[in-house]
Design a protein around this ligand. Structure first.
Ligand code: NOJ
Length: 535
């Protein structure tokens, strides 16, 4: 069994941490209004702690008119009464800290709600306004009176909306109700230093930074190049189909955006535990080298790598996306299979067994793993019914098949009709029960998906500090092997059993499927082999 080497250099807590993503609306409803809340998170901390996670990331709980289910914020320092109040937040922080877990607040610096007082002031000031006008991005119409350039909003239509009073357009990467902030304005930067200080003061240990690659735009606002239609199909998710026709050259991932994080970090105070606040960026980029730029010294601590959230269950394709960044940034990609914007892995990949097998490799990659609520239960997609659909984005774009509702249905805590989520009708319909049942059923079954995840994470906690940050990935037909120091993860991506290739002296620490012949690797099975003495 691995032991921690006494000479190992101390690693930051987040290096190989497991961070549990709470989609607040759907975890647990404590007050019977059908919507999850902060007290609901407190009530479910036993479940979260028993998984063996290191931190919890909670999606936005700030006041919001709800055009993008909380990612359209009207007060960055407040708490929406539907989710609780500052006292509830403080209690949550205390409970987490007492249990040895940290808290990440999900901040949304790219845009505000159109109801935010800054935007309201900018409107009232008009085109010559000097106080709040420049908090946002305004431009005169093009010669034909249309939008200033061809940029598209991720949620459909032009990225520019006409404001008749001032006869200017304003920019929004998402909905017109989500105007983009102008991060080239130093006052916006100062506002954000104060907002992050506020949450650190209240006990946050770090932040998940929404669309961190989006904050700066090219100042000259050039048109984006038009993509060939076949290429447009392959653009990463996060945009509705009708918004996929352009190469995002000038409106996202600008060369200088990374400097903002160096500057921001230099201004942030330490957390209550005396640590640097952990900064995790949501970087929705196709090219891993571009993600690495956000990690070079003094920028973000970790950046989400969107390679594994759409990959099919195929050894060669998985080998392609299990990328180890360069030595400078190794151990700092944020790995995940799912989140509140993506299809559930058990549905996308075809079964909960396949999802768990793939997680066994992705978890072992150097860097934090982001475990989305319900993934530990093998939850499957909610089938979208037009009469109960909720995701405003899909509804507005008329693309129900793209609805993010699929991954947002309430957690099935019990088998009862309300599933232990709420005493009221839930804000979004319950999905089908996972293959192994509700959380309560799974808790009582040693070989349930939940208990397999728990044993995986217990094994991980013992192992992770002994592993280097370099990996090697190899695949032959349906067999993929990921080696990280003394750990070798093998996965059978095929439909037939394969002989298990166990190197001399290697011990099988964990298998994704219970029982079975120790000499074979079954279809969709993963095994963790440990070779003592191997570096
Ligand atoms: C990414 C978030 O995860 C998503 O839910 C949201 O709609 C967009 N950013 C815009 O804030």
């Amino acid at each position: 069994m691995p032991t921690r080497s006494p000479t190992a250099t101390p690693r930051p807590w987040w290096r190989d941490a497991v961070i549990y993503e709470v989609y607040i609306r759907s975890l647990a409803d404590s007050d019977g209004d059908g919507t999850g809340d902060l007290q609901g998170v407190i009530d479910r901390l036993d479940h979260i702690q028993a998984l063996g996670v290191d931190a919890v990331w909670i999606t936005p709980f700030f006041p919001s008119p709800g055009h993008d289910h909380g990612y359209d914020v009207s007060d960055f320092r407040g708490i929406d009464p539907a989710f609780g109040d500052t006292d509830t937040f403080r209690r949550l922080v205390d409970e987490l800290h007492e249990r040895g877990m940290r808290l990440l607040v999900d901040v949304v610096p790219n845009h505000t709600s159109h109801e935010h007082p800054w935007f309201q002031a900018a409107l009232a000031e008009g085109r010559d306004g000097v106080d709040y006008r420049d908090y946002y991005l305004w431009a005169d119409p093009a010669g034909d009176g249309g939008p200033p350039n061809n940029w598209l909003a991720n949620f459909g239509g032009s990225a520019w909306t006409w404001e008749p009073e001032s006869e200017q357009y304003y920019l929004h990467a998402y909905l017109p109700e989500q105007p983009d902030l102008n991060w080239r304005n130093p006052r916006v930067f100062e506002e954000w230093v104060a907002i992050l200080e506020h949450w650190i003061e209240l006990g946050a240990d770090g932040f998940r930074i929404d669309v961190a690659h989006n904050l700066l735009k090219h100042p000259d606002l050039p048109d984006n190049p038009v993509l060939e239609p076949t290429r447009a199909e392959n653009v990463p998710a996060g945009r509705v189909r009708s918004a996929r026709g352009l190469a995002r050259v000038y409106d996202v991932d600008q060369d200088d955006v990374v400097d903002l994080y160096t500057q921001l970090r230099a201004r942030l105070p330490r957390t209550h535990a005396g640590e640097d606040p952990f900064l995790l960026g949501e970087t929705v980029l196709e090219n891993p080298e571009r993600v690495e730029r956000y990690l070079e010294s003094g920028r973000l601590d970790a950046a989400m790598w969107f390679g594994t959230d759409r990959v099919p269950f195929d050894a060669a394709e998985v080998a392609q996306v299990l990328r180890t960044p360069s030595p400078d940034t190794a151990g700092r990609f944020g790995w995940f299979l799912s989140n509140h914007d993506r299809a559930r892995p058990a549905s996308r990949l075809g079964s909960a067994d396949r999802a768990l097998a793939l997680s066994a490799a992705v978890l072992a990659m150097p860097g934090p793993y982001l475990l989305y609520q319900g993934e530990e239960l093998g939850m499957i997609d909610l089938e979208i019914d037009p009469s109960t659909a909720r995701d405003p984005i899909a509804l507005r774009a008329g693309e129900l098949d793209a609805s993010r509702d699929r991954a947002r249905s309430p957690i099935p805590w019990t088998d009862e009709p309300g599933r232990g989520f709420s005493s009221a009708e839930p804000w979004l319909a319950h999905g089908p029960l996972p293959e192994h049942g509700s959380a309560a059923t799974q808790r009582g079954n040693d070989t349930s998906h939940l208990n397999r995840w728990r044993s995986l994470l217990t094994t991980w906690a013992r192992l992770r500090d002994t592993l280097p940050v370099s990996t090697a990935v190899d695949h032959h037909d349906d067999l993929l092997t990921l080696t990280r120091g003394a750990l070798a993860v093998q996965i059978n991506f095929g439909t037939e059993a394969l002989p298990l290739k166990r190197p001399a002296g290697a011990e099988a620490l964990w298998r994704s499927q219970p029982g079975g012949d120790p000499a074979t690797l079954r279809a969709a099975e993963a095994v963790w082999l440990y070779r003592p003495g191997e570096q």
